[in-house]
Design a protein around this ligand. Structure first.
Ligand code: PGA
Length: 258
């Protein structure tokens, strides 16, 4: 983390979990466990679409923001089953996860659709958490840096290096670490996050790259968060399993607000 240069962000990714009737109880359990919110750290929970109104209402005024896990690349129209950026912001959603590996793996999302979705989100106040990361096979092949470089470059095609960049966050999530309990070592995660920052620097400029938050995701939990967050280029976390447990999520939020 480098709090002087950029935001720290702790984002919970609930995936396809929780019911509307459980949101308030989650909030009631979480909030007393969070000791402090520092100005340089944002906390957000990314919920399934149908839970967003409930979550926006429950977390109003608490300091915890609400995000979605996907959006349509289209503005409006005949796209059955899709949800637009404007519809998300209209109900108070502040963040959106784009190109999560589960969307790439199960729903055919590509670097190109990730780019289109990022451009759609950027037309609104939404902050995009753009996910990149390699599979185990790709890591073993030794192509992690190359792959992540391409993912970042394509995802940010035509994203101008002006104030729009303030609404872009990158999440490095090695696919082999997601939901497996196998976390990347802080050093390995740092190495790839540094590669990402260098790519951002080559796409824009060093100053712009230093201002973009890069999160780590993949089995981050209450035990390993502190060491991961201590790395200079890891500016927070995208947390799946552990974010479903208010006590574990609070430990991570508190570690980020030290
Ligand atoms: P995990 O999920 O923390 O359960 O590994 C992270 C993610 O998929 O964003």
């Amino acid at each position: 983390m480098n709090r002087d240069l950029r935001k720290t962000i702790i984002a919970g990714n609930w995936k396809m979990n929780m019911l509307a009737s459980e949101v308030k109880a989650y909030k009631d359990e979480l909030m007393p466990l969070i000791t402090e919110f520092k100005a340089w750290c944002d906390t957000v929970v990314c919920t399934p679409f149908v839970l967003l109104p409930e979550a926006v209402c429950a977390f109003k005024g608490t300091g915890v923001g609400v995000g979605a896990q996907n959006l349509s690349q289209f503005e409006s129209g005949a796209y059955t089953g899709e949800v637009s950026a404007a519809q998300l912001t209209d109900i108070g959603t502040q963040y959106v996860i784009i190109g999560h590996s589960e969307r790439r793996q199960y729903y055919g999302e590509t670097d190109e659709t990730v780019n289109a979705k990022t451009l759609a989100a950027l037309k609104t106040p939404l902050i995009s958490i753009v996910c990149v990361g390699e599979t185990l096979e790709q890591r073993e092949e030794g192509i992690t840096n190359e792959l992540v470089t391409k993912q970042v470059k394509v995802a940010l095609s035509n994203v101008p290096g002006d104030r729009e960049l303030d609404k872009v966050v990158i999440a490095y999530e090695p696919v082999w670490a997601i939901g497996t309990g196998k976390t990347a070592t802080p050093e390995d995660a740092q190495e790839v996050c540094k590669v990402i920052r260098n790519v951002l620097s080559s796409l824009y400029c060093e100053k712009a790259a230093e201002a973009i938050s890069i999160l780590y995701g993949g089995s981050m939990n209450d035990k390993n968060a502190k060491d991961l967050l201590a790395q200079p280029d890891i500016d927070g976390g995208l947390i799946g399993g552990a974010s479903l447990k208010p006590d574990a999520f609070a430990v991570i939020v508190n570690a980020a607000n030290q």
